[in-house]
Design a protein around this ligand. Structure first.
Ligand SMILES: [Ca+2]
Length: 256
């Protein structure tokens, strides 16, 4: 199957008795080099190679901060259940305690537990653009969840799905997983320029993380850095002019 055009429609249901986040841990849909092996990342092994899309129902990081009597800054808080995507290259670890925040490509809140209507995810990968849409309101309408350009995924990987429970539990029903090969029309030039992708990666990963707490600088940080740099330059220039005037006045005095 060509990875230039993949689609996966996931019909799922997450339900259980737990209230107020006393449920867990969520389910995952995979497109990976390795076949499923039992492990800690929503039931699959860590250090996977490929794409993982997670429906995380338990906010581990938030509970951890709560226990330490610390709070999120509003800019970084994610409301759970939360859908997110991660691309692994075989050496990247999923941080369970932080709900995958360090490796998150993007995501959205999705209140999917204990609903009477059907809930769906649509994962689309076309022209190195990964998009995820959700249909969880019972309106039969797709809502954008994430849209990431520059995602490189090799051909011929395995599709899979898994779920995990821990001290807390839930029912994770996978009702259907429909896979589509999407036709992508490409010009001759595009076809010639096409290079085979061997290792999964994401372009500009640092930029994508700039809105989170990891790496990069936020817009405000960049603004102030530029502002203070400019102010610094003006200050140096002003000192330079004063010194020059002082020096030229002194040298004139010496002449007369
Ligand atoms: Ca979690």
């Amino acid at each position: 199957m060509s990875p230039e055009g993949l689609g996966a429609a996931v019909h799922f249901k997450i339900h259980g008795q737990g209230k107020k986040n006393l449920n867990g841990d969520g389910l995952a849909v995979w497109y990976t080099k390795e076949r499923m092996q039992k492990g800690p990342v929503f039931g699959n092994t860590d250090f996977f190679t490929g794409l993982g899309v997670f429906v995380d129902t338990y906010p581990n990081e938030e509970k951890h901060l709560e226990a330490q009597k610390r709070r999120y800054t509003p800019r970084t808080q994610r409301i759970f259940p939360y859908v997110l995507a991660m691309v692994g290259n075989g050496s990247l670890a999923y941080d369970h305690e932080r709900d995958g925040r360090p490796t998150e490509l993007g995501g959205c809140t999705a209140m999917v537990r204990n609903l009477k209507h059907d809930t769906f995810l649509f994962i689309r990968y076309v022209r190195r653009r990964l998009t995820i849409m959700i249909d969880i309101d019972g309106q039969h309408e797709w809502r954008d969840c994430l849209d990431i350009p520059g995602v490189r995924l090799p051909e011929g990987y395995y599709f899979g799905a898994s779920a995990i429970t821990g001290d807390l539990s839930d029912n994770h029903d996978l009702i259907s997983l429909k896979l589509y090969q999407l036709t992508v029309l490409r010009s001759k030039q595009e076809e010639e320029e096409e290079e085979e992708i061997l290792i999964p990666s994401v372009d500009n990963l640092e930029l994508l993380r700039a809105d989170g707490s990891e790496g990069g600088m936020s817009g405000i940080a960049i603004f102030f850095t530029v502002l203070f740099s400019l102010l610094g330059c003006f200050l140096l220039l002003a000192i330079g002019i004063v010194l020059y005037n002082y020096w030229s006045e002194n040298s004139r005095k010496r002449f007369y």
